[in-house]
Design a protein. Structure first.
Length: 400
């Protein structure tokens, strides 16, 4: 008997990409089951890797470009064009211009970071003749509601004295008037589809500043200030467009970038997997699988709110497949994921260590965690006979 294992991980933020995680998990599995039939379906959720994954899946092209980064510096970024499409379709991820990894740890302050570079990516796609643009939201280092992106494309954001507001989330409390007079006219003829986390809201009890601000360096006082700025931003959008974005699904995606894309650029927001799964092969391999292994940087109470492991589990359960998850860390209330289709989960850490060491040793730790988990599964099989499944005698892995 050959065991068919589908590996469908996310990447680990600021560490390994989804394809690298898949390779590490596969190496750990093969230590235990050398004859396993392994399929890899590395996944993206709109964050880091979104562009390159969709371009690779369709045989498209990648284009490098320099844009303004989230703290105002120039950064090397990229966007792509999909292959095999009737419409000339550009694809980009906001994290390539305004992601958290681009914000040095010692200067993380979401009052100051901007999405201006995302607007520059969109402009570059328009310059190359894009007829449709796919935007991936995720892994952001910003909280400006997409205001910087809109400013890069000519949208005017003015204070009560008629002066343009500056860049960053702290400027939104000054916003009084929105002008579309100088907005890039090419946007009117382009379809923009956004892959975003449907659970992320701009304002309210679960607003993006409250939920994600602390991860981006915001103190409780800063969170309150950012929330007030987004409330003022939403009020200005209501006055201008008669559009209530405060608690609209996806409005809080990537520090509120979903709102800017929707209200100021005319984009359509989509649950991110409705976009992603059009191009990736997870659903193709599920019917042929016996076991599914997924992964995420952290498994916690937020994982069911649109994160990859639960999305994988939801789809796997259509075929009654067992699902295990490997995590960088296990966070608060992680057990809630058992109710969402993940049958078991484990962390990669073997001994206490700091973040820098964990990132440096991540390939080894992920492979070892996969090996440990698969050995446990084999015990659950009832110590199967060699004629049923080839099992390597247990051993202790040595870190490379």
């Amino acid at each position: 008997m050959t065991l068919n294992i589908l590996i469908a991980p996310s990447g680990f933020k600021e560490s390994l990409g989804a394809d690298e995680i898949a390779d590490c998990i596969a190496s750990g599995i093969l230590r235990v089951i050398p004859n396993a039939n392994i399929r890899k379906a590395p996944l993206v959720d709109g964050g880091e890797g979104f562009t390159k994954a969709l371009v690779a899946a369709t045989g498209g092209t990648i284009h490098e470009i320099e844009v303004m980064g989230p703290v105002g510096q120039s950064v090397q970024s990229h966007f792509g064009f999909l292959g095999g499409t009737d419409q000339k379709t550009a694809v980009l991820e906001m994290s390539a211009a305004a992601g958290l990894r681009l914000v040095p740890r010692d200067v993380r302050d979401p009052r100051l970071t901007t999405t201006y570079g995302v607007g520059e990516l969109i402009k570059a796609a328009l310059d190359r003749g894009a007829e449709r643009i796919l935007v991936g939201c995720g892994d952001s280092g910003t909280n400006d509601g997409g205001a910087g992106m809109a400013q890069a494309l000519g949208v005017g954001l003015f204070d009560a004295c008629g002066n343009p507001i500056g860049l960053g989330g702290s400027e939104l409390h000054k916003l009084d008037r929105i002008s579309m007079e100088n907005r890039d006219r090419r946007l009117d003829g382009v379809q923009i589809d956004v892959a975003c986390n449907w659970h992320n809201l701009l304002c309210g009890p679960n607003g993006v500043a409250r939920v994600f601000g602390p991860q981006k360096g915001a103190s409780p006082e800063v969170v309150a200030s950012l929330e007030a700025g987004l409330e003022n931003y939403a009020a200005a959008i209501w006055r201008t467009f008669n559009l209530d974005v405060r608690e609209m699904p996806g409005s809080g995606a990537s520090g509120g970038l979903g709102t800017g894309l929707l209200a100021l650029l005319g984009a359509k927001l989509h649950p991110r997997y409705d976009i992603v799964m059009e191009y990736l092969e997870l659903d193709r391999w599920l019917p042929e699988s016996d076991l599914v292994i997924t992964a995420e940087g952290c498994i916690d109470f937020q994982t069911p709110r649109g994160k990859i492991p639960v999305e994988v589990a939801k789809r796997a359960k259509r075929y009654n497949l067992p699902v295990i998850a490997i995590a960088g860390t296990i966070g608060k209330d992680a057990s809630i994921n058992i109710d969402h289709g993940i049958d078991a989960f484990t962390a990669i850490l073997e001994t206490p260590c700091d973040l820098a060491e964990a990132i440096d040793r991540a390939p080894i730790l992920v492979a070892n965690a996969a090996e440990r988990m698969v050995r446990m599964i084999m015990l659950g099989y009832g110590l199967p006979k060699k004629d049923r499944l080839s099992i390597v005698p247990p051993r202790i892995s040595k870190a490379a």
